[in-house]
Design a protein around this ligand. Sequence first.
Ligand SMILES: Nc1nc2c(ncn2[C@@H]2O[C@H](COP(=O)(O)OP(=O)(O)OP(=O)(O)O)[C@@H](O)[C@H]2O)c(=O)[nH]1
Ligand SMILES: [Mg+2]
Length: 513
Amino acid sequence: MSTATEQQHWPGPLSAAVARLCTGLQPQVCERTAAGFAEVLRRLSAPLQVAVAGRIKSGKSTLVNALIGRRVAPTDVGECTRLVTRFQYGTVDRVEVVFHDGAKQAVPFDSDGGIPADLGVDIDTVSHLEAYLTNAVLRDLTVIDTPGLGSLDAASVARTEELLGTRQEAADSELDPVSRNAVAGAEAVLYVVTQGVRADDEHALAAFTAATASREAGPVNAIAVLNKADTIEPGSVEGAGGDVWKAASLLAEKQAQLLKPRVADVLPVIGLLAETAESGAFTAADAEALRGLAKLDEATRETMLMSADLFTTWECDVPAGTRSRLLERMDLYGIRCALEAIDAEPDITAGALRRRLRDASGLASVLGRLDTVFRARADGIKAAAALASVTALAHASGDPGERQRVHDAIEVLLAKPEAHQLRVLEALTLVAAGAVAMPPDLTEEVMRVGSSNDVAEQLGLPGRSRQELTDYALERANWWRSFSSFGATPAQSRIAHVVHRAYFLIWQQLRSG
Ligand SMILES: Nc1nc2c(ncn2[C@@H]2O[C@H](COP(=O)(O)OP(=O)(O)OP(=O)(O)O)[C@@H](O)[C@H]2O)c(=O)[nH]1
Ligand SMILES: [Mg+2]
């Protein structure tokens, strides 16, 4: 007989195992916890939930539009920038306002196909927005646009947490607030920073933990982008040689030092240019206007490109309104890129020019990382998030017997060989968050082994022969085994077991493959 669990489409074997755990436990827990488990099951079968988070005006919504490939999230002004909007896959494009009392109201798109900047409803009564779009990217990622973390006081963190927490399905399922909190929140985060991460941005990243309600952010489920790379003054970055992109890459590396291991990576990006290139906002008329600008003599052109003001006010044949539009869509750096592309290839088509802008935006690398960090590991990320929710629900129940039953069931699950990857993710998160202290070199090794699917990368020996890799894997497997028995604290020992096993499996794979 096939159960409901087997009929569902889970993202993979780990999620399926956690789903079985939930269904198995449901009859053994109180009604409230069981309702929470039902919610966990529902979330497990949904696409990975990725929150785009960061400071006010860091370009979150712009980046969301670039990812979706449509200018749909309002940017810059309007009350919607203060709301959480969930973009998910749907067969018909529509947007709904969800009120605090659970009521919903459809809102029409504006004439450009975007969510209107002002909704015409009392914003204080609104919980969040749900946008259903036909865009294919949303089939396996639900993208959550969040309001900027402006101040890092507890109140603003709590607000984001609550906003992310009071999502539609949680509200639908009539969970009490405690249970809702335990299952709410994003499963992964794309953290947007701009030039100069300061200490409080690290705090903001820690605040993501609050936003995700029950999950720690870590290299498993967090990526950062250094947005607005085009606005970096290359002269201010040593070693950039006056090159904007080089400067951005160097800064991103520096920020990675600060933010790792809380995030898997920091990638430079120009969200605005990515949005323009991906959303169809770049038109043949824009290309024509740029061609007009490319014909200007060198001195005029350079003068105009010195500032936004000069660009729009300088006397020239291309109408000022057209120039303002270009500026708004591409900013000066994007315009310069386009002009250089036209210089090199005067007959370049609008389509080819658009592709050049996309290349210049750095979006491809971001999408690549989203694939390898989030999409490829969605099963593990979702399963780990679900386990965290299950644990939180059991704790919230206040019944020690129930807590113990849930705890035992999780232990049984984690002890199974097929749950190894789940333990690796858990170990990574614990070490990255500093919950288990490790010497720096061992921390690095845990990160390396757990953060890749490529054996040579996991071993930190790219380009070595199979024999060398095999020998090294065995050596490290043995080292971690003895560390787990002799050198480690109990918490470290648990991690060491997992790392030992990871090396052992690598060794086995190398020997047989
Ligand atoms: N030059 C430049 N401007 C950008 C870039 N990305 C976004 N912007 C501009 O920055 C402003 C803010 O962008 P939003 O996407 O609204 O930022 P946000 O983080 O969603 O803002 P809030 O939701 O209000 O916190 C807009 O004017 C964007 O056009 C970029 O890569 N380069
Ligand atoms: Mg916004």
